[in-house]
Design a protein around this ligand. Structure first.
Ligand code: FPP
Length: 245
C-alpha cells in the first residue's frame, strides 16, 4: 500500500484522535486499561510510518482535559503508561530523528510526569525529522480562551491595537503557534466528532474516520488514510476550476 502514496503530495501535518481503546478491551473480554496498553504499539507504528514517509508533524490526542473526569484508577494508569512509554522510547525517538513536543495544560499533570516529558522534549530538541506533538490535558476551547485573555491583556497594557488583531495574530497566540494547521485528521473507532481538538486549527482540515479501534490501527491503516487524503480536492472555499488551474 505504501507504494501507492505520492511522496510529493504528503500532508505536512496529520492529527489523530486515538479512540476506541475501551471498546477494544471490552470486545476482547479485558479491562479498559488493557485497551490503553494495546494502544502503545499503534503509537510506535504510526510515528515510525510518518517519520519514514517524511511527514513533518504528527499530533496525537493522548489525554483531553475532559479525561480528568474518568475514574481515578484509569487516570493513574494512563499517566503511568505515558511516563513509562516516553522514558522507554526516548532513545528510539532520537534514533529516528523525531522531536517531541507537547500542547495542553501540562502543568496539571503529576509533577513526575511533567518532568519526564520536559526531559524528553529537551533530549530530542535537536532532532530535525518528524515533530511528534502530544496533546496532553488538552482542550481546544480552553486554549482559545487562554489566547483571548492574552490578547485582551496585550490590548489593555501592551499597546496592541484592535486593528492589529487578525487571524494570523490569533494563531500566533495559540499553543500551536509554530506548527502548521493539520492537513488531515484521522479518528478511529467510528465516532464522528472533533471532541474539543484543535478547533481553530482544523478550519480546513480533511477529516478521515475509520471504524477500526485504535489498538488495531497499524501502518497499513495509516497509509490508507494518506491515500484517501491524496484523492481529495482541497478547495479552501474556492471553486474546483480555480484550484485545478
Ligand atoms: C481513547 O479511547 C483513548 C484515550 C483516552 C487514551 C489514548 C492514549 C494512549 C493510546 C496512550 C498514548 C501514549 C503515548 C505515549 C502517546 P477510549 O478509552 O475513550 O475508548 P472508548 O471510547 O472505547 O471507551
Amino acid at each position: 500500500m505504501k507504494e501507492q502514496i505520492d511522496i510529493n503530495r504528503l500532508p505536512q501535518h496529520v492529527a489523530i484522535i486515538m479512540d476506541g481503546n475501551g471498546r477494544w478491551a471490552k470486545q476482547h473480554g479485558a479491562e479498559r486499561t488493557m485497551g490503553h496498553q494495546h494502544g502503545i504499539q499503534p503509537v510506535r507504528d504510526v510515528s515510525e510510518a510518518a517519520a519514514e514517509l517524511g511527514i513533518k508533524y504528527l499530533t496525537l490526542y493522548a489525554f483531553s482535559t475532559e479525561n480528568w473526569n474518568r475514574p481515578a484508577e484509569e487516570v493513574n494508569m494512563l499517566m503511568h503508561l505515558l511516563v513509562d512509554t516516553i522514558e522507554k522510547e526516548t532513545p528510539t525517538l532520537n534514533k529516528n530523528n523525531i522531536r517531541l513536543l507537547t500542547i495542553g495544560d501540562t502543568d496539571r499533570l503529576p509533577l513526575a510526569v511533567h518532568e519526564k516529558f520536559e526531559r524528553c522534549i529537551e533530549q530530542t530538541s535537536a532532532n530535525t525529522g518528524l515533530n511528534l506533538v502530544l496533546a496532553l490535558s488538552y482542550s481546544s476551547r480552553s486554549e482559545i480562551t487562554q489566547a483571548m485573555q492574552d490578547i485582551a491583556r496585550m490590548a489593555t497594557y501592551g499597546g496592541v491595537r484592535v486593528e492589529d488583531i487578525n487571524e494570523d495574530f490569533v494563531s500566533s497566540c495559540l499553543q500551536t503557534k509554530n506548527i502548521p494547521d493539520p492537513d488531515l485528521l484521522i479518528r478511529t473507532s467510528g465516532e464522528l466528532r472533533l471532541s474539543n481538538f484543535l478547533l481553530w486549527q482544523m478550519a480546513y482540515t480533511e477529516l478521515y474516520f475509520t471504524n477500526i479501534c485504535w489498538p488495531d490501527f497499524d501502518k497499513q491503516e495509516f497509509y490508507k488514510a494518506i491515500i484517501d487524503y491524496q484523492h481529495r480536492e482541497r478547495r479552501f472555499g474556492k471553486t474546483s476550476e480555480q484550484v485545478t488551474k
